[in-house]
Ligand binder design. Sequence first.
Ligand SMILES: O=C(O)[C@@H](O)C(=O)COP(=O)(O)O
Ligand SMILES: [Zn+2]
Length: 211
Amino acid sequence: MSEQAVRDALVKWGRSLFERGLTAGSSGNISVKLDDGFLVTPTNSCLGFLEASRISKLAPDGKHVSGAAPTKELPLHFAFYEARPQAKAVVHLHSTYATLLSCLADADPNDAIPPITPYVVMRVGRVPIVPYTKPGSPEVAPYIRDKAPEHAAILLGNHGPVVAGPSLEAAVFAAEELEETAKLVILARGLNVRHLPAEAIADLNASFKLK
Ligand SMILES: O=C(O)[C@@H](O)C(=O)COP(=O)(O)O
Ligand SMILES: [Zn+2]
């Protein structure tokens, strides 16, 4: 994929996420790893109105090369790329239900999304919650480096979801599936929900494991 095609894809997916209410205002940020660096959404930009030519380009060491000033969440994105070499894109949103789950005092910090349907097992996997850190703070990095080798999706405590994928499209789809499942989990609170059996989960992981 050419750099221009990646820029166009960022504009397209940003608009799609925003128009469907998966992140609001200027919340959220997206990055994509290139052969010669990274493309990242500008800080304070609305994902619904990205401009391809203003998307920030960074060198492989994170130095700003061109475009508008990058998202303040570079420590978050780089911690994912560092700990998860197979990651080619990282998507952070403030989608409603996943963010609500990140704020619940009784959510399981090791496994916030129970395996209730096959698609969440296939696309998202187990989702830990890391402690709250100030948005943009490098203090988030050690928490992400600790979890990202084993987890493609993480909830930032009292903040929202962040998901890595082997492509921009895969990361977006996983972020969407995380949001849909978080919604089911919240709606099902107090109901007697059946989880998938361990054998079914093992079978799904063997058949469809995402990177
Ligand atoms: O919640 C925040 O402040 C950030 O994590 C965020 O979502 C938007 O920050 P920028 O990408 O720097 O606009
Ligand atoms: Zn945020």
